[in-house]
Design a protein around this ligand. Structure first.
Ligand SMILES: [Zn+2]
Length: 227
């Protein structure tokens, strides 16, 4: 197996609503929000973990394709680990928990998204749990969100191997792609599904709406993402 190309796909993630990507418990501050956003320990600035974006892209593609679990079956709640030659998820994202995969390494490396500019703001959004009998609000919880309009610089590195030459993928617009083009189409579909469904926590309650702008590959406008 030989790597035949390596590309940098860059874009701006623009928050169309508040965005909540939760930090870990050890970042909790007394008197702070119940659920803080993840921040860089060095700078205290919020960022978008590459693993969050990659995981959401993967989960959305799995739903779109109906591929789950060890056998790539249509039902289940585990990531696809089928490692089949034709599986777009296992090829691009890696076969989950499958040490016998011959598909090679994950084709994409999703970098942490860095906040654009020096100005940023965090808001506290309070959510209530409603008592079903009385209608009274109980246990209000406060969630930190980076505010609407915040932007992050994102990068996905895409590696192409010689074994990808025969890989075929029909994208969400029913266009047949092959080889390196098919890998790019899988990435583009994943990003489109995240745009449609949102990123981070609380997407069903108004958080995490996001658009991806100025998508480029190796500095040139990316043909898989028409502006
Ligand atoms: Zn699979």
């Amino acid at each position: 197996m030989r790597r035949t190309a390596i590309h940098a796909i860059t874009f701006v993630a623009h928050c169309e609503s508040g965005l909540h990507i939760g930090g870990s418990q050890d970042e909790l501050v007394i008197g702070g929000a119940d659920s803080p956003v993840i921040k860089s320990p060095d700078t205290g600035r919020p960022y978008v973990p590459g693993s969050s974006l990659k995981g959401k892209m993967r989960a959305e593609l799995e739903k779109h394709l109906g591929r789950f679990g060890r056998d790539g079956g249509r039902d289940g709640d585990k990531p696809c680990g089928c490692a089949r030659d034709g599986c777009p998820v296992c090829r691009v994202f890696g076969a989950h928990m499958n040490t016998r995969s011959t598909l090679g390494p994950s084709r994409i490396i999703v970098r942490d998204g860095r906040l654009r500019g020096d100005k940023w703001r965090i808001e506290n959004k309070t959510e209530n749990v409603i008592d079903r009998r009385t209608g009274a609000a109980q246990h209000p919880r406060s969630n930190e969100r980076v505010v609407e309009g915040t932007e992050f610089d994102m990068q996905i590195v895409l590696q192409v191997f010689d074994i990808d030459e025969s890989f075929e993928y029909v994208n969400a617009q029913k266009q047949a792609r092959r080889g390196a083009d098919a890998l790019q189409a899988v990435v583009a579909d994943g990003l489109r599904f995240v745009q449609m469904t949102g990123l981070g926590g609380g997407t069903s309650r108004g958080s995490g709406a996001i658009t991806f702008r100025d998508c480029r590959m190796d500095g040139e406008p990316w043909k898989h993402w028409p502006a």
